[in-house]
Every structure is written in structure tokens, then in C-alpha cells.
Write a protein that binds this ligand. Structure first.
Ligand code: XBP
Ligand code: MG
Length: 257
């Protein structure tokens, strides 16, 4: 029977409900550049089917705004737009605009006390991860995570399994020794593609995604005073996600393998 050694967390939508912040940052960058692009919440919900901010803008240009051509070569202008968007987003995080979701800090602290190893596997830009963790968990919070797999460190972003495979490789772990925490369909597919069991906590923009393959689907990690809602799978009578429930899900998932 495989022993659980590591918890691997997605960032956007899982650690914090960040996508409304990303959306505002994209629209700020478009306005700064004098572009008349304004993504609505509905637009962004559809555009989130493409992971990665640069890839999302390239898709938008090609599929939604084929008539618009930024002045310089497309890739340079997308890179410049994305750098501006990241500046806006990081400034939001530094201003404390985005908090961790319910139960996240509690589970992270419990896992550390239980001697479990922590890692991150995200599509977002590394600077965004550091700003979120340092301004929610405090200075040095990046050190809680043995590996931070983020953004372009791998050639293919989620739903490709690359980022989870990278994190497992860097940690020297087999997929049976870890479990992933995600909020989106592409994220579940990426983790399952790497052979990891997945616990989903749905978030604002992904609640209608297809979570096929997830071991457990919750509406949040829950807190003692704020029990989670179970949307799929068996939470074994638990009312919040703690290390004991994570171990139970990991055991059940490995038993099926
Ligand atoms: C979600 C994403 C990211 C963010 C925007 O990442 O797909 O692209 O939407 O961040 P996660 P960038 O894997 O954490 O859910 O603009 O930096 O890509
Ligand atoms: Mg996510």
C-alpha cells in the first residue's frame, strides 16, 4: 500500500479565488495599451478554457478579434500586454485584495505539522504565486513548498500532465505517493494524466466544469464552523478537509489502482 508523502496544490481557484482579479488585471492592461478590448465575466468564463494568460490572449486574438492586429509582431505585443497584466495583478495581491479560500491555511498548517511535503503545480506566472503566498501566509511562505512548478517551466500547460510530472520528478516521488488539489477541468485532467488522485474544490469560474476522474468534489475545503458541501465522491462523514480525510481519499484511490 502506497504511503502518502506529498500534497500538490493548484493555485488559481484552489488556494484562492483569483480569477476575478486576473480578469480585472487583463482589462487594465488592455486599457493601458489603448485597446478597446474589455472582457466580461461571461467572456472570461469561456476564455478560461485556454490555460495560461499569454495563450489565452493569443486565442482571443485569433478566434475572437481576427481583425485586430497589435502594431508589432503578435508574440511581442502579447508578451508586453501580459507583463503589464502581471504588474497590475501583483499590485492587487500586494494590496491584500485576494485572500486564501476557506480551510486552505488550516490544511497547509496541519499538513506541515504532520510532516507531509508540500508543492505547487500551477499554470500561472511564478511572480503571481510568490505575491499571493507572501501576502496571505506571510514573508517566507514560499519556503513552505519544496517545489513551485509554475507557468512556462514546462512546454505544455494544463490539461497536459507536464507540470505535475515536473513536480513529481523534482520531488523524486511516484504519483502514488502524492495527491493533487484542483479547481478546474483542465487541472483535473493534468493531474490524472500524471497518475495522481485529485480532490476538487469548485471555484467561481469553474463550478460547471467536467470533473470526471476526481476522487472527491467539494464546494470548498471547509472550516470547523463552516462545513463543506460534497458535490461528488464520498467524504466519509467528514465536514471539513483535514489531513485525516486526505489520507482516506489517498488510500481509497490507491486501492483502486
Ligand atoms: C490558472 C490559469 C492562469 C491564470 C492567469 O492557473 O490558467 O493562466 O488564469 O495567470 P492554475 P497567468 O493552474 O493555477 O489554475 O496570466 O499568469 O497565466
Ligand atoms: Mg486552478
Amino acid at each position: 500500500m502506497a504511503t502518502l508523502e506529498a500534497l500538490i496544490f493548484d493555485v488559481d481557484g484552489t488556494l484562492a479565488d483569483t480569477e476575478a482579479g486576473h480578469l480585472a488585471a487583463f482589462n487594465h492592461a488592455f486599457a493601458d495599451a489603448g485597446l478597446d478590448w474589455e472582457w466580461s465575466t461571461g467572456d472570461y468564463t469561456r476564455l478560461l478554457e485556454v490555460t495560461g494568460g499569454k495563450e489565452r490572449m493569443a486565442h482571443y486574438l485569433k478566434a475572437w478579434e481576427p481583425a485586430t492586429r497589435p502594431p508589432e509582431p503578435v508574440n511581442e505585443s502579447i508578451a508586453a500586454l501580459h507583463a503589464a497584466k502581471t504588474r497590475h495583478y501583483v499590485a492587487m495581491l500586494e494590496g491584500g485584495a485576494i485572500a486564501l479560500r476557506p480551510g486552505v491555511e488550516r490544511l497547509l498548517r496541519e499538513a506541515r505539522e504532520a510532516g507531509l511535503r508540500l508543492a505547487i503545480a500551477t499554470t500561472t506566472t511564478p511572480a503571481n504565486v510568490e505575491a499571493l503566498l507572501e501576502h496571505t501566509l506571510g514573508p517566507g511562505a514560499m519556503d513552505w513548498f519544496e517545489v513551485v512548478g509554475a507557468g512556462g517551466v514546462v512546454p505544455h500547460k494544463k490539461p497536459a500532465p507536464d507540470i505535475y510530472e515536473y513536480v513529481l520528478r523534482e520531488m523524486g516521488l511516484a504519483p502514488t505517493a502524492a495527491i493533487a488539489f484542483e479547481d478546474s477541468g483542465p487541472g483535473v485532467r493534468a493531474a490524472r494524466g500524471a497518475g495522481l488522485p485529485v480532490i476538487v474544490t469548485t471555484s467561481t469560474f469553474t463550478v460547471d466544469h467536467d470533473f470526471t476522474g476526481a476522487a472527491l468534489v467539494l464546494d470548498s475545503m471547509g472550516e470547523v464552523e463552516r462545513p463543506f458541501g460534497v458535490l461528488g465522491g464520498d467524504a466519509g462523514g467528514h465536514e471539513w478537509l483535514d489531513v485525516e480525510l486526505v489520507r482516506e481519499v489517498h488510500r481509497a484511490a490507491n486501492f483502486e489502482f
